[in-house]
Write a protein that binds this ligand. Structure first.
Ligand code: PMT
Length: 405
């Protein structure tokens, strides 16, 4: 998403300026061209040379500096920006942007640009809470600026409160989301499931599986980056919540059912990558079961089939992890659960499926058409799945489309 995009990063005079170096580095690694503009105060915290080394681009610190390529036309940055990110943004720059001033490279760029602007405030809690700052932020919001953060936490002043620079990952997500507004899932609401449910036997044991959640999380992040509003119902896993995604954590299949049925209302698409237990213990022991007889029979009963139960959602995508008869079994699930698409993965292939970073899958649609994909990262699989979701949603707007069952 970020490759071929120009991100203009406006850095202002806050101790959090060093975090903007990390942001510039991550954006550059993702393929963006990062043009950095710094206020004079920002250069007191981080050297322009640091940004120059990270981005491989000249850094603009002075509107009238004859050494940089933008000097003649000092609004050149504003014009080439796909997005302008002011991070960190001090109370001072927020006030000056709100007042429409143009007396330094950052203000000038913000005033001149037609690109979306993201502002990441970072300041002392008292300054942030001051009615003037709050009023300025409201004014920026009313003009369509996106405000990322601040976080609540420990501040450079030693105190604790609001005003902490938002996590870089969150800011990256906000940038992707803003850029994603122009792509396929903007305005859409997508529900995703991930992870493996855990069916308790007693307070310390459960019936579970090896799902790491990576596949579902990759779909949630990719949908977010395409501009969708994303809800992720996550069974237990060790991944951090993706920024910009509403995460609902659940444990058992019955809890996932409840969360999915509730969240499905009003969604455009459901993509279920979760490995949901098909069976749960009939009786859950309230206390830890003691070792006793040489054998123990555990009676299991069926869990609800969530995907089959969800009705009324325009697009339903399922996953099938199979160790034999991949296509036959996946097709049967597609039909039985009334899906638009099923992602069939052969879990016997090395480096693919549960817990891995990659997957080799086949996509099967309602017509039975199969697309075999090579081994690729889960994010790439997610993009392929979402390409299909986008196409289905577009077709649904075409009145002649008939559902083929
Ligand atoms: O999490 P990772 O480590 O990245 O691994 C990803 C994955 C291998 C778990 C994922 O790619 C995957 O294949 N998920 C589906 C696992 C599976 O075998 O599902 P299933 O064949 O039991 O079910 C088919 C579909 O129905 C799935 O979309 C499942 O979410 C859904 N289902 C299953 C049972 C049930 N009771 N309710 C359901 O909704």
């Amino acid at each position: 998403m970020l490759s071929k995009k120009t991100v203009v990063l406006g850095v202002t005079g806050s101790i959090a300026a060093y975090k903007a170096v990390d942001l510039a580095s991550k954006l550059t690694q993702e393929g963006a061209t990062v043009e950095v503009a710094m206020t004079p105060a920002a250069t007191e915290f981080v050297s322009p040379l640091t940004f120059r080394a990270i981005t491989g681009r000249p850094v603009v610190t002075d509107m009238f500096d004859s050494d940089v390529e933008f000097s003649i036309e000092h609004v050149a940055l504003a014009e080439r920006a796909d997005v302008v990110v002011v991070a960190p943004a001090t109370a001072d720059i927020i006030a000056r942007m709100a007042a429409g001033m143009a007396d330094d490279t950052v203000c000038c760029t913000v005033l001149a640009t037609k690109a979306p602007v993201i502002v990441a405030p970072a300041m002392h809690a008292g300054m942030y809470q001051n009615a003037v700052t709050q009023d300025n932020i409201r004014r920026l919001k009313a003009r369509g600026f996106h405000i990322a953060g601040p976080a609540h936490g420990r501040l450079a002043s030693g105190g604790v409160g609001p005003g902490r620079f938002v996590e870089v990952e969150e800011l990256l997500a906000a940038i992707r989301q803003v850029l994603g507004k122009s792509v396929g899932l903007a305005g859409r609401a997508v529900l995703v499931t991930a992870g493996g449910t855990q069916e308790p036997i007693d307070p310390v044991r459960f019936v579970g599986n090896h799902s790491s959640g990576k596949m579902g999380y990759a779909i949630a992040e990719a949908a977010r980056d395409r501009g969708a509003t994303v809800t992720l119902v996550a069974a237990p896993n060790s991944l951090p919540d993706p920024a910009g995604v509403k995460v609902v954590r659940v444990g058992r299949a019955v809890e996932m059912r409840e969360a999915v049925l509730k969240a499905a209302v009003g969604k455009d698409a459901l993509t279920m990558a979760a490995a949901v237990a098909d069976y749960q213990p009939k009786v859950v022991s309230e206390s830890k079961m003691k070792k006793g007889a040489m054998s123990l029979n555990l009676e299991l009963v069926r869990t609800p089939d969530i995907l089959a139960e969800v009705k009324g959602i325009p697009i339903k995508v399922g996953f099938a992890a199979e160790s034999e008869n991949l296509l036959v079994n996946a097709r049967a699930k597609l039909k039985q659960k009334d899906l638009d698409l099923i992602v069939a993965n052969d879990i016997t292939l090395p480096g693919s499926g549960f817990g891995s970073d990659n997957d080799r899958v086949s996509l099967i649609d309602r017509r039975g058409k199969v697309e075999d994909l090579p081994l690729m990262s889960k994010r790439e699989v997610a993009e392929k799945v979402l390409d299909r979701v986008e196409t289905f949603l577009k077709q649904m707007r075409t009145p002649s489309r008939k559902r083929i069952g």
